[in-house]
Design a protein around this ligand. Sequence first.
Ligand code: F6P
Length: 527
Amino acid sequence: MEHTARTAFFEELKARASHWTADLRTLFQADPNRASTFRVKGAGICLDFSKHWLDQPTWTWLCQQVDHMGFREIQRELLKGARLNYTENRAVLHLALRGQADDPFSLDGKGVMPDVLHERARCDRFADGIRQGEIRGHSGQRFTDVINLGIGGSDLGPLMACQALEPFRGNGPKTHFVSNVDPAHWGSVASTLDPHKTLVIVASKTFTTQETMTNARHAKDWISRGLGPAAVADHMIAVSTNLSAVRAFGIQEERMFPFWDWVGGRFSLWSAIGMALRCQIGSEQFSALLAGARAMDQHFLDTPLESNLPVVLALLGIWYRNGFDLRSHAVLPYSQRLARFPAYLQQLEMESNGKRIDHHGHELSWHTAPVIWGESGTNGQHAFHQWLHQGTDIIPVDFLLARETVEEDQEGQLLLIANGLAQAEALAFGEAHPDPHRNMPGNRPSTLIGIERLDPQNLGALIALYEHKTMTQGAIWGINSFDQFGVELGKRLCHALLPTFQDPNHSNASAFSSSTQAWVEWMRNTD
Ligand code: F6P
């Protein structure tokens, strides 16, 4: 879509928003069927968007606009392996990672499924071998613990999913995650573990990321010191696209698990990057995760836009961000096991859509990704919900709910879900009170997203829901959701800065501002 047509869309969106007056109480009073009109289902997920500043004409108009933007064509390109990541000339094919043998995913005219299935089977065999004790440590002991060393997409997805699916571990190893370059992170995890029984996964798409490679060296030393250098081969594996760097690090061929440059880091859980989770829950449960995501893919590709779950989330976000200039969006899982889901979404949405240049190189005249944040309910209720209910900002909220718990305590689950529903009700309808301090204004929008239970299948669908939401918003904003050049400058400056700590007269020092130079001095403790 041309820049001018997109500009016209955002201008009309703003104009419609500026004329919006109806509040949620009035909307519900006017339409007794509102809860069912704005309720959609797919891939095991039920989504209620009735508590939004929406009426039928606005909703129909929004959906038509996405249709006119050629959105269906973009979806078809996903299957054909089009180079949607055009700034890096890379295809976007993470959907193939949850695909099946006869799926049409291809790159440059060649099907990718044979390679995907081959590597998937290798990962499955390895993970099940660890779980069943067929693959053991250097001294013949079973692996009881797995440490994943990675950061960003090589950490957040596996970490979030391992926490979410802990009840499915059975006899599998416990998983641990080290991401931060802060030595305290590695130290606090390693100090609790026995190297004889620990497998270390170095998860890095590029195998150059400073944090991960630093932690990988700590791990290598730890294993060498504890078990001797020969043990490293048995206790370290690597997941990467950069196999020559993996070899140079000293990891053997059969312990390398490759993936492809057409998998973006934040979309990579489904690849070998999910190895820690595979070890934790086993290949069968991991297949259920993939099946759940695939079900959402099919829903996304086949369902009309008005009842397409990812499109619904995407359009609500655009309506508030670009129509009403709301800058923040909260995701509140009423599930302790999904506590890291908001952090995972921060990378997914903010790294993907934190952009300001369109396909033609023009600076955008509209806003893109809002701040994404959140905390598990009910903890957030005793921290920031006051601000959500009575603060001066309006924050659209996603409430994530599960009908059943996988633990025994179904009564506790009722208490949890009653809290979530009560919060959505209070946000939407408030309560009139003569004392302005006690008055609850209401009219604060939220979406309720329900799954049957937090199991691998439903988690897969939930993650894929947000992946497609992110991609859909990127397509509407007219940006490339698949690169992340914004994180590069800081990395380069950090490399340039390091030698100046040792030598303040290093030629790099003068390139930095007087402020930074003063902090280097402060680190040297010489002022
Ligand atoms: O934060 C930048 C980034 O490149 C992310 O996109 C990526 O997920 C993360 O770093 C880790 O990269 P790698 O897997 O190459 O170590």
